[in-house]
Design a protein around this ligand. Structure first.
Ligand code: GRF
Length: 199
């Protein structure tokens, strides 16, 4: 399965996926490209260091649709079959979502549908939650919406700050994202072997 990963920043989830593909933990797959909308995203160097092609496609003053069309073209050119959003800080346009039906997944640092959007950990702490976590889900046209693939609960501890809670959740994100991509790739190979059973 050819994977394309979209990032905007640090790229630690992207690194987890690239390393899992390289080690064979995610079998029969290849990370074909990492695309960032930010030229200074720290993840770009991490991808390059792992021998993965990187591209920067900035939004500049274009519409969301124009920007997304460029990204879709690069992904299609490389025959990408699964798009993984990994800290990609933009909402995808409907035409992007339609270009990869059921082939775009995202990771979010909360137990969706609770706490979609930004500043998740601040809001979780302010609400006095005892449990938070992370979610991998298929992407649709709404923010942090779409069918859930996997979730992992993470305890909120007394005295937690945004830094301590986000760090504890991030560790679990890396495992959860790898597991979710492994599941999706297994489903894909099953679909290829049994085309009549799964439409
Ligand atoms: C992660 O917490 C992810 O869940 C959220 O953005 C953060 C990205 O971190 N969507 P990284 O760039 O993968 O390190």
């Amino acid at each position: 399965m050819k994977i394309g990963i979209l990032i905007s920043g640090r790229g630690s989830n992207m690194v987890a996926l690239v390393d899992a593909v390289k080690s064979g933990e995610i079998p029969d797959s290849e990370v074909a490209v990492v695309i960032s909308d930010k030229p200074n995203a720290a993840g770009l160097e991490k991808a390059k260091a792992r021998g993965v092609e990187t591209i920067v496609i900035e939004r500049n003053k274009r519409t969301r649709e124009e920007h997304d069309a460029d990204i879709v073209a690069e992904l299609k050119e490389r025959n990408v079959e699964l798009v993984c959003l990994a800290g990609y800080m933009r909402l995808l346009s409907p035409s992007f979502v339609r270009a990869f039906p059921d082939r775009i997944i995202n990771i979010h640092p909360s137990l969706l549908p609770a706490y979609p959007g930004l500043d998740v950990h601040e809001r979780v702490l302010a609400a006095g939650e005892k449990v938070s976590g992370c979610t991998v889900h298929f992407v649709n046209e709404d923010l942090d919406d779409g069918p859930i693939i996997l979730q992992k609960e993470v305890p909120v501890q007394d005295g937690d700050t945004v830094e301590t809670l986000s760090g504890r959740i991030l560790e679990q994100e890396h495992n959860l994202y790898v597991e979710a991509v492994r599941l999706v790739s297994q489903l894909e190979s099953f679909r290829l072997r049994q085309p009549d059973l799964l439409q």
